[in-house]
Design a protein around this ligand. Sequence first.
Ligand code: AGP
Length: 604
Amino acid sequence: MCGIIGFTGNKPAKDIIIDGLARLEYRGYDSAGIALFADHDFSVRKRTGKVEELRKLCLSDPIDANCGIGHTRWATHGGVTDVNAHPHRCGQVVLIHNGIIENYKQLVSEYALSDKLVSETDSEVVAALLDTFYEGDPEKAIKKAVNVLSGAFALCIMFQDIPDTIYAIRNVSPMVAAHFDGGSIIASDLTALIDFSKEYFVVPEYHIIKLTKDAIDVCDLKGKAVQPQLLTVNWDITSAQKGGYPFFMLKEIFEQPDAIRNTIMPRIMNELPDFTDDGVDDEVFKNCKQINVVACGTAMHAGIVGKHLIEKRLRIPVNVEIASEFRYKDPIIDEQTLTIVLSQSGETIDTLEALKLAKKKGSKVLSIVNVKGSTIARESDYVLYTHAGPEIAVASTKAYTVQVAAMYLICARIGYVKGIISESDTRHFISRLQSAPNIIEETLKDANNIKRIANHIKMATDTFYIGRGLDYTMALEAALKLKEISYVHAEAYAAGELKHGTIALIAENVPVIALATQEDVYAKVISNIREVKARGAYVVLVSMDEKVEDPAICDKHVRIPKVEPEFTAFATAVILQLIAYYTSEAKGLDVDKPRNLAKSVTVE
Ligand code: AGP
């Protein structure tokens, strides 16, 4: 997944583009590049490394240009090299691309493009194709090209004989655009636009966008002019900046109380869950006999928490499906299946394609999405937007807890409309949910105590997270968090299952984070802890105990506030996020931009 930006106007383009790339860098940061349109030609600068490297490269080049395009890359086709970095120039065309062209090799042979190519990328093939088709009419060349492309693309294109003009077109991969008094700007998402305009539009798929300093024209592939719907940004740039924290991830961990309040409070009327303002029709809940939850990564883990709660409280079967598996398993779906899709970015292509499959098979789709107007939101029958604000760190934290909170609201609404849970019990449940932000605030006070755990984990090669029931679902997310930002291998295990083989990996000082917040299985988890302790493990116990009865069972105890069993998830989540965060920080890593990752995976 990559970040793309284009600007043309009455201001110097270079810094606008490079600053925009810095905002988009969380989307991909293997390499960065810029193409400026100056003196009827393109000046292209690109290299591996982060945007700051590109900025240094351009420092010595005081290129005077008011039009240009820029790109941050997360490599898909071709290694991380200067040549494979974008922009790609071929003849009269220069472009940047986010997405994957699935038939690029076939296009190379079909249109004899190989002599034009110097990189290993699919994106350069698009530049060569456009250069082949271009005879002075950009729209014609673009139409011809997109007719033969298959796959996802967001393209920004410049033609050498059309100065200070940028063309763009997308399919699946995201792009937003805005015209303001200084010119026209287009980018992968709002973080690069928000300094210039609070009004924007989502670039419609398969429409040709023409940006000049005076206007943005949108037309469909038949040449018909289209007026896109203007949207207003619902957050300000400070929320997309660090605000004094060393990393976005820590800021976003501490933003969770407000993120949850902003997500749940507008959906609670008289202590009852209420989705009226979201336009969610209760019929979709009343008719559902089975629920499929489809997502990826952390979003999927939030879905697993939702499964645990819905099955326990409502006795409705819930299947949680890995989106990339769901798409190819011919899933069991009928009109009485409700599909709940979770996605922070709303652009994860595996999740998007799974959503489309569920709809095709007759299921209604309710999505829980953080980015307003994102593709998944637009493709869903119903959307519950989480109001967590922009999540910049690649590792998802506040998006996870607001997704869990949204699942709790959905569970409460289903139970209430189906008459499975009484009104009074629903009111009680909702009042407990409203205390989730306070639970997190209370837990965050213990951050320094949690920080000390990182010293034992940062040198580990293997770490285990164990728990039962709800705690096991939390362990899944904990393991992912630690792996993706500290590069320490971690595995979540059902505490009762460990002894069936994997306990062979427990040896002296192997860290085991044991979650024992569920009273009904507490004693069993303590037994499992004794099993690993007896084999030399370094045990961190997370529980509601005021004081651990037998101090010999753990090396460290992290206490969470005393709450009803279903609501320990919010405290546990924060503790596990902090363990991962402090471990990564202790290792001196770039917590916000872990190696090999990108914030939203828009490639399959
Ligand atoms: C979470 O820390 C990861 N960055 C990743 O697993 C992420 O949750 C997953 O790619 C899904 O992204 P989405 O929520 O934007 O769809």
